[in-house]
Write a protein that binds this ligand. Structure first.
Ligand code: PLP
Length: 434
């Protein structure tokens, strides 16, 4: 099904499709030129796919607990809002393509203070979120048709980035029953082909919650050195590791290895998803320069947000991230505990991040997730979860699985999962369908 098929109206008008505004041209579909293959291959986000149904449920007066998306409810740091207020220019001009200098300085200093990795302006490029950094990295490190190895299930938008850049993602299957371990060296090497250019690791992982050990990180580095590949590490959730694990930046182990590209973001660490600030860090001068040229073509990331972020990083207390960490830990524990009370659910406590996958006793988790929004409510409320098939390159491996983002406060997380359990019982008994 193509993007237009989902919301097609044959004779014009404007419609809302998920949260995207689509203007129909007023001429019949058949007379339009075709979409590019790239456009047709870019999937709708599995996270936002059912958003319209959630909105309709709310319009019917149902309270919807949103566990579908990694949008934290924690307040952004006051220091960021203050930074916005301090912006005092008469013209909101373009920032430089590399990014606000004060932000690069503040960010690199804080990374160096925490991880001792010695990065500076020369290694960093500010991007519109980790998302843009990933797109740049795919485009710089690969030609269309080249391959990147990923561990499946994976962050769903990597699939979108691969469609945009023409890169083929090669999935190495990881199973929920084995708690999604990083594949072994032998397993990885089996998937390397003459087209492989990189291994992409999300650490801590969205959606599995797996955190790589130092041994696993060293093994990945070794494979990349031996097979001449890039190692791209998405550290969007770096600080959120639990059970005694310490946050790890790959550059602590890799040093100045030019094969490594780190992707970072302020979105989750500081509850700043809408500020759209991320960065790409690499000691590889050629990669950084090529990414910089792409960055020049898109001109710049937002000026005011970068300026506010620079102020925030310089002034925010380390207590902010520490208390966010404590909050996510308590939510994780609440989510795992609440799920353990629902019979037939397979899950485990994620080691990091703020997501977990749960296999449900259903054949089609997407149908169940829809049912929760269209046909079910419990005491006036329902729960919105993301069907996990869209996080699997091998969709069939994730058909019974959902992803839960533990981004709501502990009591809401417990209540949302209790309602999920009630919904599951109704769904499997065939009751509750309108
Ligand atoms: C693993 C991962 N990488 C990247 C991103 C994108 O982050 P940003 O908001 O910085 O673009 C997300 C967002 O959910 C994510 O989960």
């Amino acid at each position: 099904m193509t993007f237009l098929d989902e919301g097609f109206q044959p004779f014009g008008g404007a419609i809302w499709l998920e949260d995207t505004f689509v203007y129909q041209s007023g001429v019949p579909h058949m007379s339009l030129p075709p979409l590019s293959h790239r456009a047709q291959k870019t999937p709708a986000s599995p996270i936002r796919r059912l958003a319209g149904l959630a909105q309709a449920a709310e319009e019917r007066g149902t309270k919807v607990y949103r566990l579908n998306i990694g949008q934290p409810d924690l307040l952004s740091p006051r220091e960021f809002i203050d930074g916005i207020a301090r912006y005092n220019e008469q013209v909101v001009a373009y920032e430089t393509s590399q990014g606000n200098r004060a932000l690069i300085e503040a960010w690199s200093e804080s990374l160096n203070a925490q991880y001792g990795i010695g990065v500076s302006e020369q290694q960093m490029l500010i991007t519109m979120g980790a998302s843009e950094a990933l797109i740049f990295t795919f485009m710089v490190c690969c030609d269309p048709g080249d391959e990147i190895l990923i561990f499946d299930p994976t962050y769903a938008n990597y699939i979108g980035f691969s469609a945009i850049s023409g890169v083929r993602l090669v999935p190495l299957p990881c199973s929920i029953e084995r708690k999604f371990p990083i594949p072994t060296r032998a397993e990885i090497e089996r998937f390397i082909s003459p087209y492989t250019r990189a291994i992409l690791l999300c650490n801590p992982n969205n959606p599995t919650g797996t955190v790589a050990t130092d041994e696993e990180l060293r093994m990945l580095l070794d494979v990349c050195r031996e097979r001449d590949l890039y190692l791209i590490v998405d550290e969007t959730y770096r600080e959120f590791v639990y059970d005694g694990r310490l946050p790890r930046c790959i550059l602590e182990l890799a040093g100045k290895d030019p094969r490594v590209v780190v992707i970072d973001s302020l979105s989750k660490r500081f509850s700043l998803c809408g500020a759209r600030i991320g960065c790409m860090i690499t000691w590889n001068e050629e990669v950084r320069k090529a990414a910089f040229h792409i960055a020049q073509a898109r001109l710049a990331a937002p000026t005011i947000e970068q300026s506010a972020a620079a102020h925030m990083i310089r002034t925010v207390s380390s207590d902010y991230v520490a208390s966010a960490h404590a909050e996510y830990l308590s939510r994780r524990n609440a989510a795992v505990d609440a799920l353990s009370k629902i019979s037939g659910v397979v899950t485990h406590a994620p080691e990091g991040g703020f997501y977990l996958l749960a296999k449900l006793p259903v054949v089609d988790a997407e149908d169940f997730a829809q049912f929760m929004l269209t046909d079910f409510s419990y005491q006036g409320a329902t729960t919105f979860v993301a069907p996990a098939a869209g996080f699997y390159m091998r969709r069939e491996d994730g058909l019974s699985t959902i992803r839960i983002a533990f981004v709501l406060k502990e009591s809401d997380t417990r209540e949302a999962i209790r309602i999920l359990g009630e919904g599951l019982a109704a769904y499997n008994q065939g009751t509750g369908r309108r």
